[in-house]
Design a protein around this ligand. Structure first.
Ligand SMILES: Cc1cc2nc3c(=O)[nH]c(=O)nc-3n(C[C@H](O)[C@H](O)[C@H](O)COP(=O)(O)OP(=O)(O)OC[C@H]3O[C@@H](n4cnc5c(N)ncnc54)[C@H](O)[C@@H]3O)c2cc1C
Length: 373
C-alpha cells in the first residue's frame, strides 16, 4: 500500500517519462509517488523500441522535429552516457525510386540542420545494390541500452526520494477538495489516496485511464508494431542502417540484448486504431496479449532487395509494442509531444513523447525556463 494519504504529485506510469518527471519533481522538494502496474520500471515502450538516439536525420519532412532532435541528441547522450552505445558505424541510404527525398535533397536537409554527413566508404557502399540505391552516407547516430537506462533512472529516483509503488495499477481519478482522488489496486487490494497533481504518463494507456475516469479522450493514434530481433550477417555486425525516406527499413543495434532490430515501414505496423470517447477501451492491452503472427520473413525479403546480405540474417524473436503517435505526425512523420495541463480536471496533466529525448521538451513545457532535469 502507498505510505501516505496525500502526495504533492502522483505519477502514473514508470516508463522513461514517468521516472524522469517524478525525479525532477522530487528534486524540487515535493512529496512524489510513482505508481507502475508492472513489477519493474521501463518494461513497455521505453524498453520495446528501436533504441535509436535520434540526431535529426530521420525527419527530412519535419524540420522542427529534426532541429529539436539535434538539440536533444547531445544532451540526452551526455546525461545518460553510461547507457549510450556509439561503437558502430551508422549509414543512411537513399533509394533511386519510391523515396520521398533524393540524395541531393537529403544532403541539403542534413546541412540545414547542421548534422555531420559524409559519403560512406567504398566498402560500406558496396554492401548495397547500386541499381536500387542512389547514395549511401555515413552519419553520427547512437543507440541506447534500455536496461542500463532503467538502472540510471531508478538510482536517480532513489537518490531524490521518490516513493516507488511497483505492481500498483491506477484505476481512475476524480475531483477532490485537495486536488484529485486516486483509486489504485496493488497486491493487498484496492486503495485510495489524494494528490495535488496527477501526471498521466501511461503512453499508449493515456486514454484508457481517462475513459475509466469518465474524462474526454485525447486524439491519439495507435499501431500494434513488430520489430524483428535478428543476428545480422557478419558484415552488418558493427553497422546500423536506415534506408529512407518511404516504405523502407532500418536495421539497428539493440544493445540491451546484443542483437539488431529490423523494422520495416510496411511490415512493422500490423494494425492501427484511434481512440474515441465511445470506442472500445484497453485495445492496446488486448492486442498485446493476443496471439500474433510475425511478418519477419517479409521484412527480411524486402530489406535484402536493397541490402543483399540481409538474406543471411538469422531471426531470433520479435519485439511487440503499441506505438502511439499524435495525429499531426501522420503526414510528416514528426514527433511532437503531448503536454495537456488540467485535462478534464484541475491538477491532471497528460504527457506523451514521441521519442525518449523529447523528455526535454516535456520538461520545458512543465517548467518553462527550466533547463535541468
Ligand atoms: C516500435 C517503437 C519504436 C520506437 N523507436 C524509438 C527510438 O528508436 N528512439 C526513441 O527515442 N523512441 C522510440 N520510440 C518511442 C519511445 O519508445 C516512447 O516515446 C517512450 O518510450 C515513451 O515513454 P513513456 O514513459 O511515456 O511510455 P512507457 O515506457 O510505455 O511507460 C508507460 C508505463 O505506464 C504503465 N501503465 C500504464 N497504465 C497504467 C496504470 N493504469 N497504472 C499504472 N501504470 C500504468 C505501463 O506499464 C508502462 O510502464 C519507439 C516506440 C515504439 C513503440
Amino acid at each position: 500500500m502507498l505510505t501516505r494519504t496525500h502526495y504533492d504529485h502522483l505519477v502514473v506510469g514508470g516508463g522513461f517519462y514517468g521516472a524522469v518527471l517524478a525525479s525532477e519533481l522530487a528534486a524540487r522538494g515535493r512529496r512524489v509517488v510513482l505508481c507502475e502496474r508492472a513489477g519493474d520500471l521501463l518494461q513497455r515502450a521505453s524498453l520495446n523500441n528501436q533504441a535509436r538516439v535520434h540526431n535529426g536525420y530521420h525527419y527530412p519532412r519535419s524540420l522542427l522535429t529534426a532541429l529539436r532532435s539535434r538539440v536533444n541528441f547531445q544532451r540526452f547522450s551526455d546525461e545518460f552516457s553510461p547507457a549510450i552505445v556509439s561503437n558502430f558505424r551508422k549509414l543512411y541510404a537513399v533509394p533511386r525510386r519510391f523515396s520521398k527525398v533524393s540524395a541531393r535533397q537529403f544532403v541539403r536537409f542534413v546541412e540545414q540542420i547542421g548534422a555531420p554527413i559524409e559519403p560512406a566508404s567504398r566498402y560500406d557502399t558496396a554492401l548495397f545494390d547500386s541499381d536500387l540505391i542512389e547514395a549511401v552516407f555515413s552519419v553520427v547516430e547512437h543507440a541506447f541500452d534500455a536496461v542500463i537506462l532503467k538502472q540510471l533512472v531508478r538510482e536517480r529516483m532513489d537518490r531524490r526520494g521518490v516513493e516507488l509503488a511497483l505492481n500498483t495499477e491506477v484505476l481512475r481519478f476524480q475531483k477532490h477538495p485537495e486536488g484529485l482522488e486516486v483509486h489504485y489496486r496493488d497486491s493487498s487490494g484496492e486503495g485510495l489516496v489524494t494528490a495535488t497533481e496527477v501526471l498521466n504518463c501511461t503512453y499508449s494507456g493515456i486514454n484508457d485511464l481517462l475513459k475509466r475516469s469518465g474524462l474526454p479522450v485525447l486524439r491519439i493514434k495507435h499501431e500494434l508494431t513488430e520489430m524483428a530481433l535478428i543476428q545480422p550477417p557478419e558484415e552488418l555486425r558493427g553497422l546500423g542502417v536506415t534506408v529512407m525516406c518511404g516504405p523502407f527499413f532500418s536495421c539497428m543495434p539493440y544493445p540491451a540484448l546484443q542483437q539488431h532490430t529490423l523494422s520495416h515501414v510496411r511490415y512493422t505496423p500490423h494494425l492501427a486504431w484511434e481512440d474515441s470517447d465511445d470506442g472500445e477501451t484497453e485495445m492496446g492491452e488486448r492486442w498485446m496479449a493476443a496471439p500474433k503472427v510475425s511478418k519477419y520473413p517479409h521484412m527480411i525479403r524486402a530489406s535484402s532487395l536493397y541490402l543483399p546480405c540481409m538474406a543471411r540474417s538469422r531471426y531470433q524473436s520479435s519485439i511487440w509494442e503499441v506505438k502511439s503517435v499524435l495525429p499531426q505526425s501522420e503526414g510528416d512523420d514528426s514527433r511532437p509531444i503531448l503536454f495537456r495541463r488540467d485535462h478534464g480536471l484541475p491538477g491532471l496533466i497528460c504527457v506523451m513523447g514521441g521519442k525518449l529525448d523529447n523528455i526535454y521538451d516535456a520538461l520545458m513545457e512543465y517548467h518553462p525556463g527550466s533547463t535541468a532535469p
